[in-house]
Design a protein around this ligand. Structure first.
Ligand code: C2E
Ligand code: MG
Ligand code: MG
Ligand code: MG
Length: 275
């Protein structure tokens, strides 16, 4: 009967929910143990100058490897880390590890800036700025070699506080990028108040180029008005590359050039390839 079906449906959803909560709990427990176990690694993806196609920077993207060697995507565990505040410790590990890698490059006279992704949860911590600056000092890395990427859509709730923190970070010489730009519906007046050096057009728009290029073009215009560096993420084809470099984009990033790869491979392929 329909009543029975309804009942089955409820228990179906209940068991799905239970499983979801169970998986989340397992993930949370594993996550909190994994920092100490060295189960995280920063992969690096190059950013290319749109005209010369030389490597002018890179982005660090975290990878989590389980005991059996399988990888869990940051798209899965970063949101959980954010909602459980585990992102605070994990984020500190990312900052420290980025500085450690950069220290090696500086020592070898290779100046390629690195961008790291930072969650708003981290930014709102009392000691955030002090921690970043202490890390840079400890590893003797110039502040302008580190760029912080903040996802546009996460800013809105704590806008004034975030602006204050980013302003302080920027006064200390670090660069600030708005990530996934175009997905956050920042009002134009807010945009004007953001202390930023870079906007990164979200890959969902970039991948529409050249056939559906209206939003990417609009983002290009906004970047031009704001006078910031324009980056396109998610560049996968030669056609996208051509369109983007003809439409004011300064910097390109995407699988067309390279996937995110382990740091030692990045160094070999892009930094010290002549050595
Ligand atoms: P994101 O910062 O916007 O990074 C871009 C994502 O697009 C990365 O996914 C990257 O691997 C992927 N990507 C790059 N080029 C292409 C392309 O040509 N085509 C396609 N389809 N994808 C491309 P990933 O590594 O899975 O990271 C997902 C998100 O997780 C990141 O998005 C970022 O928001 C977050 N994340 C990654 N690492 C960290 C971290 O250390 N801390 C924090 N707080 N978040 C992180
Ligand atoms: Mg990013
Ligand atoms: Mg992005
Ligand atoms: Mg993204």
């Amino acid at each position: 009967s329909s009543k029975n079906q309804g009942g089955n449906q409820v228990s179906f959803f209940t068991s799905q929910l239970t499983q979801h909560i169970h998986e989340r709990l397992m993930l949370e427990t594993a996550l909190s143990r994994s920092i100490d176990l060295g189960a995280f690694e920063l992969f690096l993806q190059p950013k290319m100058h749109a005209q010369s196609l030389e490597v002018t920077g890179c982005e660090a993207l975290i990878r989590w490897f389980k005991d059996d060697g399988t990888m869990i995507s940051p798209a899965v565990f970063i949101p959980i880390a954010e909602s459980t505040r585990l992102i605070i410790g994990l984020g500190k590990w990312v900052i420290e590890e980025a500085c450690r890698i950069l220290q090696g490059w500086v020592a070898q006279g290779r100046v390629v800036p690195m961008a790291i992704n930072v969650s708003v949860v981290q930014l709102l911590e009392e000691d955030f700025v002090e921690f970043v600056l202490a890390c840079l000092r400890k590893h003797q890395v110039p502040a302008d070699m580190l760029e912080l990427e903040i996802t546009e859509s996460t800013l809105i709730d704590n806008f004034d506080k975030v602006v204050a923190v980013l302003t302080e970070v920027r006064q200390n010489g670090l660069r600030i990028a708005m990530d996934d730009f175009g997905t956050g519906y920042s009002s134009l007046s807010n945009l004007n108040r953001l202390p930023i050096d870079v906007i990164k057009a979200d890959k969902s728009f970039v991948q529409g180029v050249p056939n559906e290029a209206a939003i990417t073009q609009l983002i290009g215009s906004i970047g031009e008005v704001l006078g910031v560096e324009l980056v396109a993420e998610g560049v996968e084809t030669r056609e996208q590359l051509e369109w983007l470099r003809q439409n004011g984009f300064d910097t390109l990033q995407g699988f067309y050039f390279s996937k995110p790869i382990p740091a030692h491979r990045f160094e070999k392929l892009f930094l010290f390839k002549d050595e």
